[in-house]
Design a protein around this ligand. Sequence first.
Ligand code: ADP
Length: 430
Amino acid sequence: MNDSLSIRVQDLGKVYKLFPSPFDRVRETFHPFRKKFHQRFQALSGISLEVRKGETIGVIGRNGSGKSTLLQVICGILQPTTGTVWKNGRIAALLELGAGFNPEFSGRENVYLNGSILGLSRREMDECFGDIVAFADIGEFIDQPVKTYSSGMYVRLAFAVAINVRPDILIVDEALSVGDTLFQAKCFAKFREFQQRGITIIFVTHSIDLVTRYCDRACLLDKGVLKAFGPPQEVIDRYNKLMLEYSHKASRTEPVFCNLGKPSAGAGGEESFHLNPGENRYGNGKATIEQVGIYSSDGQPVQALKQMEEYEVRLTVVFHGRIDSPVIAYTIKDVQGMEIAGTNTVYHHVETGICEPGERLTVSFAQKMLLRGGGYILSVGCAGYDKGEYVVYERRYDVLPFEVAARRPCVGVVDLDARITLSRKKDVPA
Ligand code: ADP
């Protein structure tokens, strides 16, 4: 078999047996004349594809198109009804919630159990256990039974195991969308690292954006059939065409996730927000950003925002030395780490003037939230020129995670709030 190949799937088919009731399953098993009580459901048919070593493949398709079934067959969790799967190297998988962990065992026990299923020795697991615990960041829950975990904690641990057991192939179902914003950002950073290390990645997503950004190729499934497999843009075009055809039948809004909860009410100071404990804060100390927050139009601190509503990004800087015309800025990154938006006082020709030691300057950026639904992270900064040199007084990178709930699906990263009008004309015959 070709050594540059990672996975080869040939003429794969999967049939599920659908029983009208659990009792019918028992009846069929024990029927003296082997009478059939089930109906056959063809979840996958005739799928052939090859994935090269180090490729990242995005699997897209409508709900129920067979994406999870395909991943489970590739991982060996499900047996194919027809066809073969060949894989080169160790597979670590993060599949749907519930798969992979024994709920009665503690996190620690499950980590070791998973390791042994993947063929790692106890010593190898001892070596990576620290990294797994550090990445999962679930504190002393590691020694609690997994059944006591929230879905977020479950995913954190499952992902931490999957990426730390030195896989050759990483397979990720949509489980990641369960994690919170900061965790997702951490996972996508890990994706990049894996790509650099030449690890093959296959992941299911509903996000076209992720496919264009991360994938070498994409595959489109529809009703269990491989409709397209090739360059992301071509496959996305097919997908969009398919979705348009289906959208005549049903219009639905993109799911949005909101895991941040409501910031606690109060004075609306920084203590009101769930800030990122791992924010990156640095500068020369001549100014400190002592408060940062996002506020709704009625002045409430918010981290779950609604698209198309007005919000204020507000920060207060305290000066410890005399600073001439500091530049105050914010930027917004999405969970995959891409800078999506940002501005500063200079771009808007707002003169901040001379700021004296002990003075506090509160800067408010008010705008309509046009970003599409999803998780984001706010960074803020205070910089400027000191004797002609560009200096950073203070930056707080990735300080405040927030979510935007979309009003409707859109293409790309912003919804430009288009208003659609139609005008129709027909020539009347003379
Ligand atoms: P996707 O991941 O694209 O949403 P799935 O692979 O989960 O699709 O499912 C493909 C089809 O197979 C769906 O119609 C689903 O209802 C059906 N299916 C999935 N798992 C089972 C099962 N264990 N038994 C019977 N049908 C199933």
